[in-house]
Design a protein around this ligand. Structure first.
Ligand code: ATP
Length: 451
């Protein structure tokens, strides 16, 4: 068999959402009640896909380094945290309403202020006003202003306010980093583009604290390079990714440097991650409002200082969506019978693929065959993420291609005599017959260690 790309064009958002639903990657939250805007659930394959993305991030950013420690803060924090961080006062988007159809829009998302983009009425939009993006709740039995609290709009503040607790207990001195993953909440005015802009989402953040030794800009650029390597190592196509260095007039006022990582989604470029040199802004702000000392005391030099902060802040749902979009390909396939057909294939990196090896029995009603295939699949489970299936081989391959499984192993009637199985590779569709006793090593060599 040979393949040739159907075309170089990108999948549409509709194709991605249809596949995500059909194969169980993502579902709209509370679908049976009509859904709720800006919230999504991950199905059986999507939950594993996202978990693999998180593990890939954690492995490179924490496990493989001796200068980064782990952290996990609570979602609800003291409201003063959001006062100090500026979220209470300035974390808002400018919003307008349409007086006619009652729809709401972010001013910076409007093509024009003349006419409502939904109902088309001219002159129906209100004057812009500020809309705070934090989701409110009440703590305890009283629903009054004293009990108001917020669901965190970013995970980073938990790290800043715990800086002293962490460096003292972990016995770390700058340069060192603190990493955490967790849910964040933003009451986005216009959630959309599938899981790109949600109201509940997950972030992976690294806060790297560095001394005032004149190497802070160098370290900032090192982090940008490391993050670039991460995307490339996990197979994201370089021409669909760009690293945009924000000029001074586009940077937040406290940022000394900032690079946004952007991906070319089906609707255009969108931010995946922001890498920023934040100076001492965050620790200074919390010291000022809390009156508590968050400086680092350097025992050797016998001096106190506020470390400089370099931040990498990524969205795990956006990264998971990128994995899906980037892996998607539609191809025309020429069969051995000379007939052409179309296949949809997700070319996931083996570490990211939700299923790494599928094992098939060629027939459903032959107990010996089924047992042999099931036993091979059980044996591989320790090392690989496996799935067992049986039936029509064409349909089985098609299903596994659509969920991005790198290898399929088929047990057929000959396997009972010669102890061999057929291994089919997803991208080239090449098939090789190998002895079942060599299978684990064969697969491990071809896709690296998966778990
Ligand atoms: P945008 O400009 O798209 O609203 P942002 O600049 O406000 O994003 P940051 O505050 O820098 O985003 O957050 C860091 C990362 O968190 C983003 O790069 C993104 O991956 C993720 N993120 C932010 N908002 C959302 C959201 N509403 N849904 C999903 N992920 C989000």
């Amino acid at each position: 068999m040979t393949t040739d790309p159907l075309n170089a064009s990108r999948p549409t958002l509709e194709e991605i959402t249809a596949l995500a639903k059909r194969r169980g990657f993502m579902f709209q939250s509370s679908e049976i009640y009509g859904g709720i805007g800006g919230f999504f659930d991950y199905g059986p394959l999507g939950a594993v896909l996202k978990r693999n993305v998180k593990e890939a991030w954690w492995r490179e950013m924490v496990t493989k380094r001796d200068d980064v420690v782990a952290f996990d803060a609570s979602i609800v924090m003291h409201p003063q945290v959001w006062k100090a961080s500026g979220h209470l006062d300035v974390f808002h988007d400018r919003m307008v309403d349409c007086r006619q159809c009652k729809h709401r829009f972010r001013v910076d998302h409007l093509p024009s202020r003349e006419k409502c983009p939904d109902c088309g009425t001219t002159g129906s939009l209100t004057e812009p006003r500020n809309f705070n993006l934090m989701l409110k709740t009440n703590i305890g039995p009283m629903e009054d202003s004293a009990s108001v609290a917020y669901l965190r709009p970013e995970t980073a503040q938990g790290i800043f306010v715990n800086f002293k607790n962490i460096y003292q207990t972990a016995r770390k001195r700058p340069p060192f980093g603190i990493a955490q993953m967790g849910k964040s909440f933003r009451n986005e005015i216009t959630p959309g583009n599938f899981t790109f802009r949600m109201r509940e989402f997950e972030q992976a953040e690294l806060e790297y604290f560095v001394p005032h030794d004149g190497k802070d800009m160098e370290r900032f650029h090192e982090w940008v390079a490391l993050r670039k390597k991460w995307y490339s190592d996990y197979g994201i196509q370089a021409d669909r990714l760009r690293f945009y260095e924000l000029p001074a007039d586009e940077r937040p006022h406290y940022a000394v440097a900032c690079t946004d990582v952007e991906y070319c989604f089906p609707w255009g470029w969108g931010e995946l991650e922001s890498i920023a040199h934040r100076g001492t802004y965050d620790l200074d702000a919390h010291m000022k409002l809390s009156g508590k000392d968050l400086t680092y005391f350097d025992e050797a030099a016998k001096e106190k200082y506020t470390p400089i902060l370099i931040e990498s802040s990524s969205g795990l749902d956006r990264t998971t969506l990128v994995m899906l979009v980037d892996a998607y390909a539609k191809e025309r396939v020429l069969g051995t019978d000379g007939k052409e057909s179309e296949r949809v294939v997700l070319r996931f990196h083996p570490r990211i693929a939700p299923v790494s090896v599928a094992v098939f029995s060629l027939a459903r009603n032959k107990p010996e065959l089924v047992e042999r295939a099931r036993s091979i699949e059980r044996g591989l489970r320790e090392t690989f993420r496996t799935q067992y299936d049986e039936g029509n081989i064409g349909q089985l391959y098609r299903r596994q291609d659509e969920i991005g499984t790198p290898f399929c192993v088929t047990v057929d009637f000959d396997s009972l005599d010669d102890q061999c199985v057929t291994v089919r590779e997803r991208d080239s569709m090449r098939q090789e017959r190998i002895n079942a006793s060599q299978l684990e090593r064969y697969l491990a060599e071809r896709q690296g260690s998966i778990c």
